[in-house]
Design a protein around this ligand. Structure first.
Ligand code: ADP
Length: 612
């Protein structure tokens, strides 16, 4: 009879490691017993062993669903080096290879199979799954299943079928970052209950976070790179492909060994750049976020951002690629509030669903709130992920060069008390209106004017209250909840702030600095389906015309179109007040655009509200 090996024996005999890291052992034993798990552990903390070892402890095949083809290839290669029968299956493989893997599966010659989410739903393959013994299902990058996550992939939502078809097979969902909403959604969609959640610390001791005000990005980047030891390599993230190419070119001209990587390059060019970077030649990889998923290079010494990342989840993941060897590494970013505004316009331009847009807006605002926080960046980042850290890191820009701060503890208490008294049902706008004593229709409808907090915050402007609330949300003292994610609620941490003597500090200049992007916050959560539909109609008109006229995009780029959309002019006279729309453009397109707006208003029974 075949002897079953223990987790430790497999770790040592098969993988040749001496001890388990973080919570690996607990997860492995939990799964080996046939229970479900959700594992949230930072990149590089050894999540793969959490499903590889229990697969070897159980009979049957371990099926690992992973969206990253490069990662699948790497993992399978490594497993084969350990003499484990592993294979991968994804849509890029030739038919013969797929057939060969399928027959090996049926003959019991594969122990671990990595498969892409779209491939698993192939009817023939799904039938095969029902014919073979299965040890477990692992769903890697599980945050992709959730609309609340930062990399939502619609095809992942179909994975709920796994539980219907294989209810008794243990399942493990793994991700490096997932906020509370995302965790809940993963468990719900994969039907993991009963489930144990294993959460490792997201703290990266060896990363020092540096955020600088963006003044002249090229000059600042060059100075940063020149400051790094010659043999160090790193990644510099840019928002667009065009910018990646421009920056790479510019750096090469200045004798920096820079490479470009983005989805617009040929597969061969990307592969070449990847291999050059992967080899230990010192280099700077200038890239869009298309680069980095599944990269196995432990000595990346810096990760820079020339543009604001879309969320703190994305930021943690991207900067997490630095210093995986445990040696000191830098997460460097240039930040300007205008960047957030530009990014916000991009979000609107590409929005398809209001609910998704709200989530992305919220994440972007919290990213800006983090950039502007006055205290230790690591503490703030961990707090966002609900991890309490009493020690400041002593290595970020805020710890090393403190800036003038002011104590707003009393104001935060007013804000928290207001949320409590409005029974956690008020939206951000309502909460601010209550504090400022404004008698809006909602305030009157909900009798909020009777609350003891009504009018207590008149010393602050609405924007200042926005700043305070977003900082509180960043630090997980307040959450946004409710079906539409627009009500303010208290958290397990709110009490901590109310009852302890922890001061709440923000930069002295935060109020004046953030006027712009907090104006953006007024959009957030008040953005409706109707607004998005009008935007789509205007964009459709512009794109139709652009199809016949290659200059139209230049004439009416997104910025002008957004102004039209925001102000909704219903006459040529009003339209003329939109900056950047000259008489010629108005003559050519004015009537048609006005017609679209008027018809849209009729459809939604909207009375003209244009401020123009
Ligand atoms: P993650 O999926 O969490 O990003 P990986 O599973 O890719 O992390 O593991 C990161 C690295 O740590 C890999 O090189 C892996 O071989 C190594 N590793 C994992 N577990 C252990 C362990 N118990 N002891 C030593 N090294 C380990």
């Amino acid at each position: 009879m075949k002897k079953t090996l223990s987790a430790t024996q497999i770790l040592q005999d098969v993988f040749q490691y001496t001890t388990f890291q973080s919570q690996q052992k607990e997860v492995i034993e939990h799964l080996a017993q046939g229970s479900n798990a959700l594992v949230i552990m930072a990149t590089g903390s050894g999540k793969s062993l959490c499903y590889q070892v229990p697969t070897l402890m159980r009979s049957g095949v371990g099926i690992i669903i992973s969206p990253l083809i490069a990662l699948m290839h790497d993992q399978v290669k490594q497993l084969q080096q350990h003499h484990i029968k592993a294979a991968f299956l994804h849509s890029d493989l030739p038919k013969e290879q797929v057939e060969s893997i399928e027959s090996k599966l049926l003959m019991g010659q594969i122990k671990l199979l990595y498969i892409s989410p779209e491939r698993i739903f192939n009817a023939h393959f799904f039938y095969i799954l029902t014919q073979i013994p299965i040890a477990l299902f692992a769903i890697d990058e599980a945050h992709c299943i959730s609309e609340w996550g930062h990399h939502f992939r619609p095809e992942y939502t179909k994975l709920s079928i796994l539980n219907q078809k294989f209810p008794t097979i243990p399942k493990i969902a793994l991700t490096a970052t997932a906020d509370q909403d995302t965790q809940r959604d993963i468990i719900h969609q994969l039907n993991l209950e009963p489930v144990s959640i294993f959460k490792g610390s997201l703290k990266r001791h060896n990363i020092s976070y540096q955020v600088l005000e963006k003044i002249d990005e090229k000059k600042q980047l060059l100075a940063f790179l020149k400051n790094q030891p010659a043999h160090h390599s790193g990644i510099i993230y840019c928002f667009s492909r065009k910018k990646v190419d421009t920056i790479t070119h510019w750096l090469i001209q200045r004798n920096i060994n820079a490479l470009s990587y983005h989805a617009g390059l040929s597969t061969q060019a990307r592969q070449q750049a990847y291999l050059t970077f992967q080899s230990d030649k010192s280099s700077v990889m200038v890239a869009t976020i298309a680069f980095g998923m599944g990269i196995h290079k432990s000595n990346i010494r810096f990760v820079g951002h020339l543009d604001i990342p879309r969320s703190l989840e994305a930021y943690h993941q991207e900067t997490g690629r630095a210093g995986r060897d445990g040696k000191p590494a830098i997460a460097w970013m240039l930040y300007h509030p205008d960047n957030a505004l530009l990014y916000h316009k991009h979000l609107i331009s590409n929005a398809d669903q209001v609910s998704r847009l709200h989530i992305e807006q919220k994440k972007l605002l919290l990213m800006t709130a983090w950039c502007e926080t006055g205290i230790c960046r690591q503490q703030a980042l961990l707090a966002y992920f609900n991890e309490w850290s009493s020690q400041s890191c002593q290595q970020c820009d805020r710890c090393k060069t403190p800036i003038p701060l002011m104590n707003i503890t009393d104001l935060t208490r007013q804000a928290l008390s207001n949320i409590y008294r409005s029974q956690q049902k008020a939206t951000l706008t309502d909460a601010i209106n209550i504090l400022q004593g404004k008698q809006t229709s909602t305030i009157v409808d909900q009798s909020y004017q009777t609350l003891s907090t009504f009018g207590i915050g008149q010393s602050q402007t609405a924007i200042q209250w926005q700043v305070i609330h977003w900082q509180l949300i960043l630090f997980s003292y307040v959450k946004i909840h409710g079906e539409q994610q627009n009500q303010l609620g208290l958290t397990a941490w709110s009490k901590k702030l109310l009852q302890s003597n922890i001061p709440f500090l923000i930069p002295v200049n935060l109020y004046s600095k953030t006027i712009h992007q907090y104006a953006l916050a007024t959009h957030i959560l008040t953005f409706t389906e109707e607004m998005l539909i009008l935007w789509k109609k205007l964009r459709e008109y512009r794109d139709d015309v652009a199809h016949n006229n290659s200059f139209i995009h230049q004439m009416m780029h997104d910025r002008i179109l957004q102004d039209i959309w925001q102000h909704r002019p219903t006459s040529l006279r009003k339209m003329a007040r939109i900056p950047g729309l000259g008489p010629k453009k108005i003559e050519q397109h004015g009537k048609q655009i006005i017609e679209i707006i008027i018809q849209h208003h009729q459809q939604y029974a909207i009375h003209t509200t244009s401020a123009l």
